[in-house]
Design a protein around this ligand. Structure first.
Ligand code: DX5
Ligand code: ZN
Length: 217
């Protein structure tokens, strides 16, 4: 079985004054998922936006939303993100004592459950929930900021996970550029979050298309 190869632009580095234009650009550029980085200034040292903005983004695009919650106490917020129209709700394993319960709650809410781990968190910590989730997000940078460099050992984690679960959706997030996306794909990732490498270019639509062409060929 072949799994889909998908570019998921992160709007974290988009110009929020022109968010509608940015959404249209990546949609035309072939994005199949839009990655929303939710940061609380507690689990990660940065603050981004919450479910209200997610709800507005939902109204501005037909591309499914992938909500990456980098927040403490995620159990208090999953209902709001489901209501905002999330397709995936992704929880960091480090942020909850009751990961199994929370992933099941996401299913109950009608969303696709996903789990994420930081670079230093071992793959072993999520083995027991692999049959519950629809996607695993392997962080390839320490979460909190766009524009960082990919940490190479995280690719080994992806390889290990791909060997364990050949059919799993494995997402990589952080430091993906046109010149390293193939390495991530060879390691076994099939969903690629790209932030600054799309939005810090003069033509995000064309750049997004270049990323899509690289992974689909
Ligand atoms: C980091 C976020 C990433 C990041 C992606 O905390 O989860 O989604 O913003 O941005 P780039 O592609 O610039 O690393
Ligand atoms: Zn992210």
């Amino acid at each position: 079985m072949s799994i889909s190869q998908i570019i998921a632009p992160s709007v974290l580095n988009a110009n929020f004054l022109e968010l509608g234009k940015s959404l249209a650009a990546i949609e035309k550029g072939g994005a199949e998922l839009i990655h929303l980085d939710i940061m609380d200034g507690h689990f990660v040292p940065n603050i981004s936006f919450g479910p209200g903005i997610a709800e507005n983004i939902k109204k501005g695009t037909s591309v499914p939303l992938d909500c990456h919650l980098m927040i403490s106490n995620p159990e208090n917020y999953v209902d709001a993100f489901a209501k905002a129209g999330a397709h995936y709700i992704c929880i960091h394993a480090e942020t909850t004592f009751h990961l199994d319960r929370l992933l099941h709650r996401i299913v109950e809410l009608g969303c696709k459950p996903a789990v994420s781990i930081n670079p230093a968190t071992p793959v072993e910590s999520i083995l027991n929930v692999l049959d519950i989730v629809d996607m695993v997000l392997i962080m390839s940078v320490n979460p909190g900021f766009g524009g960082q460099s990919l940490i190479p050992y995280t690719l080994d984690k992806i390889k290990r996970l791909r060997d364990l679960k050949p059919s799993m959706n494995i997402q990589i997030d952080g430091g993906i550029k046109l010149d390293n996306i193939q390495l991530a794909q060879e390691a076994g990732a099939n969903i690629f979050v790209v932030g600054s490498a799309i939005f810090n270019t003069p033509n995000p639509e064309a750049t997004c298309r270049q990323f899509v062409d690289k992974i689909k060929k």
